[in-house]
Design a protein around this ligand. Structure first.
Ligand code: 5AD
Ligand code: SF4
Length: 468
């Protein structure tokens, strides 16, 4: 067969798999089920929606139960414990497969891009049927077809790609909100981070394709989009017709019917004044900024290859808060980077106190082989890291709690996301600044934007009351 483009090729394999699965269903006298489990970040979550979209077109019914006919783990490898989790869960899956030998187990995502992982899987995890990486997610139907007709294990991992395959099916977890990839990969090579090695070089999608996708989403009921990229602030630089991220936001803002725009992640080194201006005057861009700090020590930031220092970072935070009152700022911080001294760590605490984050994700440094930091001297002893980590967490929590108080008693517009998991008759929604509020309401409110009085700040969330 010859195809004019990759999308047509994959649609062909979806059809071929459909026939094979339909025949299996006939034989078994029941529908076949598929379960996609996502580990890691929003990017993986979005990839999983694409994977499930392909599987559902093939004829699989979606399930959360890992006793399914096909189970696919979309893996993460940003920290070592993410990998350990996968090996543990594979042990559990092998037990299920012993009872259902026809079951197909697939692994994909970031962890598969590491050669030593694949080596280990080849040696000790032979029951895995399909292995692929981050660059060929769109190929799932083709790989599954090869497995179904060949009967042998399929392994297809690409080193990199320049290709962006548009227009394949996806199944969205939520009807009213969706992630939208605007770029893939990362060119920054922060010295601790494995992402550039497993996700490849930065590639931006064409703005027209992005806007078209958003328009389609909105016509299907989506009111909030999250524009996704490892470093959205450098969006568009490598396109044939370069365009800034701020300009892309202005284009997306034009989409009629769209109510809210979020994005992540922003790299401080590329955050422009133009972006802050566009955010300040926008009616749709949420008052939220995720701005990873990593460390407050200018000395360490240099070794981390972050290209900004403590003062530049704090200036950015000041600018954001001045231009966009009530903006919610969140961050990522790593504790225990090689060579981190008490003084370095105090600098981090100092930035946390000054930036007054609304929320912060704190991580213990994890050595990722192949990254420059893995071989740096002076890896910090575990007990020192633990003590610093606890101090940081206490400070971060104390500030988040104080910050939540600021909006207590005000009325804010809230996108209702789901039924409350704990209190019957309640729903849970999000403010523009990404804070969560619980209030009395019914499932018909899900996906609607309503006004809510934030009656009581409860530390990291609010209890509210809908304003009629
Ligand atoms: N160890 C700990 N945390 C890491 N991150 C990235 N690499 C590592 C690592 N090796 C964190 C960074 C990043 C977030 C997604 O994960 O803080 O912003
Ligand atoms: Fe990793 Fe740095 Fe790229 Fe973020 S910007 S994915 S931390 S290398």
């Amino acid at each position: 067969m010859s195809f004019t483009n990759e999308t047509d090729k994959q649609k062909y394999y979806i059809e071929k798999c459909r026939e094979l699965i339909a025949a299996k269903e006939q034989k078994l006298g029941r529908k076949l089920t598929a379960c996609v489990v996502t580990f890691g970040c929003q990017m993986n979550f979005k990839d999983s929606e694409k994977l499930m979209g392909i599987l559902s077109q093939i004829g699989y019914q979606e399930t959360d139960d890992e006793h399914a006919d096909l189970v696919l783990y979309n893996t993460c490898t940003v920290r070592e414990n993410a990998n350990l989790k996968i090996y543990g869960r594979l042990g559990y899956l092998s037990k299920i497969k012993e009872k259902n030998p026809e079951m197909i187990i697939g692994l994909c995502g970031c962890m598969m891009q590491e050669p030593q992982v694949v080596e280990k899987l080849n040696k000790s995890y032979r029951f895995v049927d399909i292995i692929f990486g981050t660059h060929n997610v769109f190929q799932l139907a083709e790989l599954l077809y090869d497995r179904l007709i060949g009967g042998h294990r399929i392994e297809d991992i690409w080193d990199g790609t320049t290709e962006i395959v548009e227009d394949l099916p996806t199944i969205r977890k939520y009807d009213f909100k969706s992630g939208v990839n605007i770029m893939y990969g990362c060119n920054n090579f922060c010295s601790y981070c494995i992402v550039p090695y497993v996700r490849g070089r930065e590639r931006s999608r064409n703005p027209e394709d992005i806007v078209k996708e958003v328009e389609e989403l909105v016509s299907n009921g989506v009111v909030e989009v999250m524009l996704l990229g490892q470093n959205v602030n450098s969006y568009g630089k490598t396109l044939d017709n370069p365009i800034s991220f701020a300009k892309l936001l202005e284009m997306v803002e034009q989409v009629e019917g769209l109510e809210r725009i979020r994005f992540m992640t922003s790299h401080p080194k590329d955050l422009s004044d133009e972006l802050i201006e566009v955010m300040a005057k926008s009616k749709k861009i949420c008052k939220q900024m995720h701005l990873p700090l990593q460390s407050g020590s200018s000395r360490l930031l240099k070794i981390m290859n972050r290209h900004y220092d403590k003062e530049q970072y704090l200036t950015l935070v000041d600018k954001l808060r001045a231009a966009i009152p009530d903006i919610g700022i969140s961050t990522d911080i790593i504790v225990g980077f090689p060579g981190e001294t008490d003084e370095d760590f105090e600098e981090t605490l100092d930035v946390v106190r000054k930036a007054r984050y609304d929320s912060a994700f704190t991580f213990i440094y994890s050595k990722r082989s192949g990254t420059p930091a893995a071989t740096m001297p002076d890896q910090v002893p575990e007990d020192v890291v633990k003590e610093r980590f606890d101090r940081l967490l206490n400070l971060v929590n104390e500030i988040s709690r104080e910050k939540t108080k600021h909006l207590e008693g005000t009325v804010q517009s809230v996108l209702v996301e789901e039924l409350n998991k704990k209190i019957p008759g309640y729903v849970t929604g999000r403010l523009s600044n990404n804070s969560v509020v619980h209030f009395e309401g019914c499932k018909e409110l899900i996906g609607k934007i309503v006004d809510v009085n934030l009656k009581e700040a409860k530390g990291f969330y609010y209890m509210g009351e809908m304003v009629k």
